[in-house]
Design a protein around this ligand. Sequence first.
Ligand SMILES: Nc1ncnc2c1ncn2[C@@H]1O[C@H](COP(=O)(O)OP(=O)(O)OP(=O)(O)O)[C@@H](O)[C@H]1O
Ligand SMILES: [Mg+2]
Length: 283
Amino acid sequence: MNTLLDVQDVTLRFGGVVALNRVSLQVAWGNITAIIGPNGAGKTTLFNCITGFYKPQNGHIILTPPNRSATHLHHLLGQSFAWSDLVHPGQVWGKLRAKMFGGPHSVCRAGIARTFQNIRLFKEMTVLENLLVAQYRQLNRYFIGGLLGTRYFRDEESMAINRAMEWLRFFALEADANRLAGQLPYGHQRRVEMARSLCTDPMVLCLDEPAAGLNPMETQALSQLIRRLKNEFNLTILLIEHDIGLVMELSDHIVVLDHGEVIAQGRPADIQRNPRVVEAYLG
Ligand SMILES: Nc1ncnc2c1ncn2[C@@H]1O[C@H](COP(=O)(O)OP(=O)(O)OP(=O)(O)O)[C@@H](O)[C@H]1O
Ligand SMILES: [Mg+2]
């Protein structure tokens, strides 16, 4: 297996609640991996760790793109500084820099993008503006360039608009480009969120319950779009979803969480038959 994302022994506690307990899983390059489990199992918390919103108390999450060196995601979030670090001055700057500038945006820059269980769009902005904001870290647009209206500045701006419009076209949202995001129907807002995350040009796309609140027709259309993202754009997808039909139809690999622990993982057909999964979740 060509592992792109390696989650090793990740533990995260909220006070007395152990939300993730020594969770390990591997995500293969170009696969759709589903994370399923009952409410409160720790699925979103795992996404928050992978995307840099939370820093686990133990464990490692390592991203290794093909032919590139591995990135330890927690290094991007800053590490606590110890006086003993001064023995290795080379590490001090790296740690301080991560502390000052690290965060979820650094993880996003490394190639991991996400959507949220509760849609988080800028509701007072247009759809297109939402997609442009997502690209600000990729653009080399300097304030002075903007003031002077340099050619370089304008080229960068039109590239960002083109990229946004391509993704809006993919999600059949072109006609909504200039509408306020908050005024769109729920199903459209879900697709805008996906389009926005894709504007960051990720390798891994993490979708937290993308089918929640959609009707069966919208769910079917979403399923086809997710499959196209894998097949046409070679994206690696992590999918949290309660719609088991969708999960079974799309996934190459399924990981089942219960009470913060991985209770099973494997191919869809094996998971469906696994007695522990049936008891804890599938019923
Ligand atoms: N910020 C937080 N502070 C305290 N406890 C939290 C926090 N976030 C999650 N938890 C707890 O961690 C556990 C896992 O929650 P999480 O949201 O990851 O579950 P989930 O599997 O995504 O559930 P659902 O299917 O309902 O979305 C729950 O017990 C939850 O109450
Ligand atoms: Mg959740």
